[in-house]
Design a protein around this ligand. Sequence first.
Ligand code: FES
Length: 685
Amino acid sequence: MSQDPLVVFTPSGKRGRFPKGTPVLTAARQLGVDLDSVCGGRGICSKCQITPSYGEFSKHGVTVHQDALSEWNAVEERYDQKRGLKPGRRLGCQAQVMGDVVIDVPPESQVHRQVVRKAASARVIEMDPATRLYFVEVDEPDMHEPTGDLERLERALSREWDIPAIRADQSLLSKLQPVLRKGKFQVTVALHKSHTDDVARLIEIWPGLHEDGLYGLAIDLGSTTIAAHLTDLDTGEVKASSGIMNPQIRFGEDLMSRVSYSMMNPGGDREMTSAVREAIDTLADEIAKEAGIDPHLIVETVFVCNPVMHHLLLGIDPVELGQAPFALATSDSISMPARELDLTTINPRARTYILPCIAGHVGADAAAVALSEEPGKSEDLVLIVDVGTNAEILLGDRARVLACSSPTGPAFEGAQISSGQRAAPGAIETIRIDPVTKEPRFRVIGCDKWSDEDGFDAEIAASGITGICGSGIIEAVAEMRIAGLVDESGLIGSAAATGTPRSVPEGRTHAYLIHDATADGGPRITVTQGDIRAIQLAKSALYAGARLLMDERGVDKVDCVVLAGAFGAHISPLHAMVLGMIPDVPLDKVTSAGNAAGTGARIALCNVAARIEIERVVGQISKVETAIEPKFQEHFVAANAIPHKTDPFPELGRLVTLPHVSFNVGAGGDGDGEDGGRRRRRRRA
Ligand code: FES
């Protein structure tokens, strides 16, 4: 039996015997242990940190003595003095195996480290980005052996990192020579190799060891908002998240109005393309500033978006998406240089990946939700709704996954609502209405206190109370229904019928007054009849889309519901059900996935294999086209009532009793209320 020392790595459990004097990094590489290194073992990058354990390890059958590794050396001492090593840590490229040893590789030293993305479900993203850093020592030029600098860089990459060939952009060649000389022929390069590339591309080069990291942007390009997550491509950490309104709104609030703008105005598509590209460029600049990084360190972007946004981003006229058969210019994923999208603030050689689209109305955003939520791996039949201006809906389990999109309009995002606003400090996000007094109490974004609590006014002094955001309007309408201020058909009752002066006349209809600061020059925040109608249209479209998928699967109930979308995290499941946004399921079966499309984009940014996976999964998703399905209209009409006209909601009935009220249009109030309603029905009869 070999007398060589036994090395056991944790947490992988990989083990092997190595001659005395073998560096721990070498042992790790030979065993296929996931231990990081950028500098190739030169003791300057500190990526290879390990923690040796000493003592008796019966589980591994080894006893580790204090001299199991070589002594702390000068390189480690220098690094410790300069940067500091945590107690007990060694540099794996410096410490040599001298006896049996158990070595732990901490998470931050693993190349494929896992990033927990949702504490609740402990699901993880495994880091395996397309762009990575490599430190190399390039041979100096030699008159007797004339070769170019680029060729010698290639030779060094092949020798030190086993990278056989690279492709270099013309724009980098002018930089190559001064950088090599500045770094005394020691340089760090960023190489990009995605799943579709046969050869790695040289993205950037720095003199010496580059220690400022590499970043990517995961961008969820929505019809109303554009959200970006600046992600560290080494650790997977989100350094900053930021969002802006999509400037295309000025051409039309929803997708179809933007398609019509393009149809009616020659060159309209190009106007919308420039507007959105400019906004993304500005967003990239702002988010880099917010995180305090050089925007040129952003070397990758990943986009998820619906088909119309997809086409307009790429500079394709979306006219074909406005009419059956809703043909996409391409449904495949796209890998391209970011500069072709006019992204000028980030690295000029940055790459872009756009997830595949599922169909003409079901885009890369739905694909991203599928990547993030994995309905195809679920034992239960799960309904996933990504709530936005256009709702992406997925229904499925291991057997089959279906998808559709439904035009909900921007009401759920607080747009087209009289007091609506986007989710920002000062916006009402939660509201309760006392069913007896009909008085509201609420919370605004940026303050934990309720409006009737001491200290609320002081805490909101800076932001004020400015409007209602998407989750706030959903709660407000549902609470109005629970409190008997709104009837099943969605009509708001008069003051006489509801018994509260907060029901104020507005033309021939009524509005519910939540907050009036007009005396101090502030806003008057109400929920109007028009707001209720907008919410009814949005929720009916959402529900009808879900029902259509359920019909297709031949079911009339689902096991669980996942609410996704930028504000999915903030929607109260109970209120969503009172409103009839989602089918009846036990409340504990309704969960929130936050911004699932954005998470899907982040996964594709951090892991190349996930790109292969989603391209495969998309091919297996069956899509249902809501626009041409006659039953959609039928479901839509039935879903208009609050919560619904024909579907029973037994689970909801166990939680809340909805009052049987019925109101009439007209500001006078005469004859409103339950009795008045009955009188009119009798008269009609
Ligand atoms: S591999 Fe870079 S410090 Fe050890």
